[in-house]
Design a protein around this ligand. Structure first.
Ligand SMILES: [Zn+2]
Length: 318
């Protein structure tokens, strides 16, 4: 009997269950033939205007204030951390361009040796609930309180040295950067997202990513603040605002962060590629080589990943 006949004879619930298992990335070995669709190359201009996301073109931004619980409260994982399970989980997303199909049979080490810093996270490719990065350390052991604001912010150790050097150079230049947010666990992101919806329901979807789809879960992302922001925006309690790019700290970071290995994840008007609005305060550590490449090419990490890197893979469990 031909296989097609067998599959067609499956009851619908079984087919749906099988599909759900594949999408959930539960069983790599069970993933059937790999449908490789490396960067389908669909021209975003072909997207009907009605479905195109809005673009912030005026510089008039969302003016989020941080959710109180956005800062992680979990204790630092200084000992051996649980096995990372950064499963790329594709979900339909009308606001992002077609992405490569994840290949669950191939480990990242076979694709991007030593480059777990480049794990793709978009509104299409998320991280599993269980994913916790290795080597998280509390920043207050490395930076003074005027920089950490006394928040229990954590970051992966690999990014801390470059961050400390960058902050020191900023301070030497007369600047006063501070860090509003770093690592956020899956559950912390879920709580933060919920608070956004309670406090600003109309903009919550713009101001925060769903749990599992925030780069902050990687532990290599920092949200910076500037003491100039309230005056620039004209609002006393503001901490996040697109006008961060107008502050001395924002301008310095835009020009220099790549020299320390940090890249701006969500550049101006890159919405259709990243799925996120302009966030001039949100920097991700990717290493000096990659950050410099992205800076010189004038592209976002996501754009590079979708165009140049192989489809998402299974991060190593070592
Ligand atoms: Zn951020």
């Amino acid at each position: 009997m031909p296989k097609t006949t067998v599959r067609a004879a499956w009851p619908l619930p079984l087919l749906l269950l099988a599909a759900a298992l594949l999408l959930g990335g539960c069983a790599p070995a069970a993933a059937g033939p790999v449908a490789v669709a490396v960067d389908a190359g669909v021209d975003s201009a072909a997207v009907p205007a009605a479905t195109r996301p809005p673009v912030i073109s005026t510089g008039v931004p969302p003016s989020p204030t941080p959710a109180p619980s956005a800062t992680p409260t979990a204790p630092p994982a200084l000992t051996a951390s649980p096995t990372p399970l950064a499963t790329a989980t594709p979900i339909p997303s009308p606001s992002s361009r077609p992405s490569p199909t994840p290949d669950r049979d191939i480990l990242c080490s076979q694709r991007l040796p030593g480059s777990d810093l480049l794990t793709i996270v978009t509104l299409t490719y998320g991280l599993s609930r269980d994913f916790e990065p290795r080597g998280l350390v509390p920043l207050d052991g490395y930076l003074p309180k005027e920089v950490t604001l006394g928040y229990p912010t954590q970051l992966r150790h690999v990014a801390v040295g470059p961050l400390v050097r960058m902050i020191a150079d900023m301070q030497a230049a007369g600047l006063h950067p501070f860090i509003i947010s770093g690592y956020r666990s899956y559950s912390a992101q879920a709580i933060a997202r919920q608070k956004w919806f309670e406090e600003e329901p109309e903009r919550a979807a713009i101001l925060s990513a769903p749990a599992g789809f925030s780069e902050h879960q990687l532990g290599t992302v920092v949200d910076f603040g500037s003491p100039e922001l309230p005056e620039v925006v004209g609002q006393e309690d503001i901490e996040f605002h697109t006008y961060f790019y107008k502050t001395s700290e924002g301008m310095w970071l835009a020009e220099n962060a790549h020299k320390y290995g940090f890249t701006l994840s969500y550049p101006f008007e890159a919405f259709e590629i990243t799925g996120f609005f302009y966030e001039p305060w949100h920097f991700r550590y990717v290493g000096v080589e990659m950050a410099t490449h992205l800076h010189e090419a004038g592209i976002s990490l996501t754009e590079h990943q979708l165009a140049e890197e192989p489809p998402p893979c299974i991060p190593d469990e070592s």
